[in-house]
Design a protein around this ligand. Structure first.
Ligand code: DC
Length: 235
């Protein structure tokens, strides 16, 4: 018998949560869900409908239009994971721009947005066998997850990684801008009233400031195997 478990991967932005969560899901044959992509897609919707700009944020307008936002993940063979669709359109690339990154924490602070997305996330994980990454997965979405990982790394290391990634996508930004964005998002994500980013009491902290991708994966894969073995041996 091999019962599947729920794996929550939370942590600060640009800690490489999605890289390790994707690897883990692939290795275990689990479904990977990138909840940050869902908040980013809502931010993109708000931008496109002029509900959020540099100088204004029409929160009530966004809340009123929430029922019109339809989010779906569709597996993409080329990517090797599921791409996010906003009202039928693949927006996987568009949600990764600096512009979306600048607005997304404000959008993610709205309780009505969180309520809608958390309920979708709970549905996606109801059969277990899921690796979900985000900020509140171990605390709010799946407080009973069998394995909770909390990823951290210094702001400078994270900004450097994100900067290289954006450069690889031909986006013109400076390292300083990326660092500022990382620090601002840390602040907004940890101080918002609804579901702030905190480490769940029973989460295992992994600081990957000095870890390579392979080393990080091996460490987390071992933790996952131990959690799966423990669930199966107690049945
Ligand atoms: O993981 P990411 O950088 O793509 O997330 C984008 C933003 O969405 C981030 O600033 C915080 C927010 N977020 C959240 O509040 N809760 C989640 N479960 C996932 C992301």
């Amino acid at each position: 018998m091999n019962n599947k478990i729920t794996i929550a991967v939370d942590g600060f932005s640009s800690t490489g949560k999605s890289t390790v969560a994707k690897q883990l899901a692939k290795e275990l044959g689990y479904v990977y869900v990138d909840t940050g992509a869902m908040y980013r897609a809502v931010a993109l919707f708000a931008m496109r409908n002029s509900l959020i700009t540099d100088s204004s944020f029409n929160k009530e307008g966004l809340i009123a239009q929430l029922p019109e936002i339809n989010l779906k993940f569709v597996f993409d063979d080329k990517l090797g994971f599921a791409a996010i669709f906003l009202n039928g359109e693949n927006v996987e690339a568009e949600i990764r721009t600096m512009e979306v990154s600048q607005y997304v924490s404000k959008v993610a602070a709205i309780s009505e947005v969180r309520e809608k997305l958390v309920s979708l996330q709970k549905m996606m994980g109801r059969e277990k066998g899921v690796v979900m990454d985000g900020r509140d997965i171990g605390t709010v979405v799946f407080p009973n997850a069998e394995l909770k990982i909390f990823m951290t790394a210094s702001a400078e290391k994270r900004a450097k990684r994100r900067y290289l990634e954006l450069q690889g996508n031909n986006q013109k930004v400076s390292y300083e801008e990326v660092l500022k964005n990382v620090e601002e998002r840390d602040h907004l994500d940890t101080t918002r009233k609804d579901s702030p980013l905190v480490k769940a009491e029973d989460a295992l902290e992994v600081d990957n400031s000095e870890m390579g991708i392979d080393e990080q994966f091996e460490k987390i894969y071992r933790l996952a195997q131990a959690a799966i073995d423990s669930v199966n041996s107690s049945k």
